[in-house]
Design a protein. Structure first.
Length: 179
């Protein structure tokens, strides 16, 4: 009987959920949301952390382990918007895209894209005032919009966006009842 139990002991961690646990070590930064999507660190060194409780729509954050010019820490935030009614992705984006210029942003790119055969919308914007650059990728399913926002200083954004894209490419709608 002891020999049958031994393989499970080999895989066990001293404490469940610690770095030596199989649960954690297989896919660092893996994130599942009850609204039916998942994503992970995309093979980057970025670290997933909890979102601040003061912003309920923000569900998780991925942070770069390195600071870039000006002491900024690049980050990718994941926000969930629960919509009152189902709507078209382009219409949802168009509704608030005009606000960017009012808030001091220039829109560099705005286009529909596909990620893992899933429709998405990509926005690249830059702040005229703070010289921060953002990439937003929006996904929508039924009454749920998910907004992934990558941010860094304009001077270092071309490097940062590569890691953000690796993380964004892991986004996948799932069946929430299957988890």
């Amino acid at each position: 009987m002891f020999l049958l139990a031994m393989p499970s002991l080999v895989l066990a961690a001293p404490m469940p959920g610690t770095s030596s646990s199989q649960l954690i070590s297989e896919k660092p930064g893996q994130f599942f949301h009850p609204k039916g999507f998942r994503m992970d660190g995309g093979g980057t060194a970025w670290v997933q952390s909890e979102a601040p409780k003061t912003i309920p729509s923000l569900v998780t954050i991925y942070k770069s382990p390195m600071q870039t010019g000006g002491g900024q820490q690049p980050a990718l935030t994941v926000r969930v918007d629960n919509l009152k009614r189902q709507q078209n992705l382009k219409a949802y984006v168009k509704r608030w895209m005009q606000d960017y210029t009012r808030f001091g942003f220039d829109v560099l790119t705005a286009k529909s894209i596909k990620i893992n055969e899933q429709s998405a919308f990509l926005l690249d914007i830059v702040s005229r005032e703070t010289k921060k650059q953002l990439r937003q990728v929006l996904f929508m399913k039924e009454k749920t919009a998910v907004i992934l926002t990558c941010r860094d200083g304009k001077d270092s954004f071309s490097k940062t966006v590569q890691d953000c894209n690796s993380i964004i490419k892991t986004f996948q709608w799932t069946d929430p009842t299957a988890q």
